[in-house]
Design a protein around this ligand. Sequence first.
Ligand code: BYC
Length: 324
Amino acid sequence: MPKFVAKFCYMSIQNPEKIFQDKVDAEVRIEPKDWMPEKYRQTLIRQISQHAHSEIVGMLPEGNWISRAPSLKRKQILIAKVQDEAGHGLYLYSAAETLGITRDQMYDQLHSGKAKYSSIFNYPTLNWADMGTVGWLVDGAAIMNQVPLCRTSFGPYSRAMIRVCKEESFHQRQGFEALLVLSKGNPDQRAMVQDAIDRWWWPSLMMFGPNDSESLHSEQSMKWKIKRFSNDELRQRFVDMVAEQVKLLGMTLPDPDLKWNEERKHYDFGTINWDEFWNVVNGNGPCNKQRLDARKNAWEAGAWVREAAQAHADKRINRKQKAA
Ligand code: BYC
């Protein structure tokens, strides 16, 4: 038995909470069968399932544009991207299942409104420039938040995030490239890009969650190394990155207070409208009802597929039992 495992086993007899925290502090991943505090398990179920739901609901505003993409190439790219998001949702549901919740329970929490999903997907995608902007800003914010999750303390979540991040970074670059092409187009196309950036900028900043002083879970989640950086730290990194990238598009961000601060070596930026954020999180955003209805309808319309798959699985088990 490796020395550190033996040490942990010995200590766990004495104090499981201490051994758990020592493992976390020593950067040893927590695996599903390891002892863990109940609140750690519940926090992970909440965060991973919210993340999975976000990937699945996130397919809706983009799927809406597959039939209207301006060329075959853009259509293929968008189909591949939406398919990737479905895959991300499935890895994440699988990671959450290892914590003792079933997939049906998670769907039920989404459909009943008990589980949250990211606020960003409650905004409408009005024109083609929105697709590029979602790729650049929304996937960009997602990567900023999710790369540190590749080192999160729970093994199945951290492993799922490695693949998710590789694909998300591809998504972000395709979004920026689509916008770059439009930004070199005619005045109407340039105006579309600026309009999309104006509408998506503030909601993208809200994706990182409330300010640290208002964040309920950050302190404990950082102690458990579920989160590696605070909401405000990640939001600041995102602002610093985008404030430079937007110059390459020849566009601007809709914030008169955005200004490089030489002392802080960061961009200062304006105040986020937190009333709007909580309004959207609490179910009253522009598309909340539409998004939930779409997921509930898909669940109900898919009942026959689940029944058929179950009947097929039962038939195979019966056949195997008879043969044995
Ligand atoms: N939207 O204490 P806090 C994606 C809730 S990207 C809705 O700071 P925490 C994708 C929070 O749940 C999006 N709710 O919480 C990208 C909590 O409420 P409850 C998904 C939000 O968990 C492109 C309360 O506010 N990414 O999937 O420490 C294409 C207090 O907040 C939001 C992830 O989920 C929000 N924006 O930190 C396709 C990444 N922000 O649960 C798909 C993983 C906060 O107590 N998640 N709330 O009722 C995280 O990193 C963290 O959960 C958060 C929040 C940073 C989001």
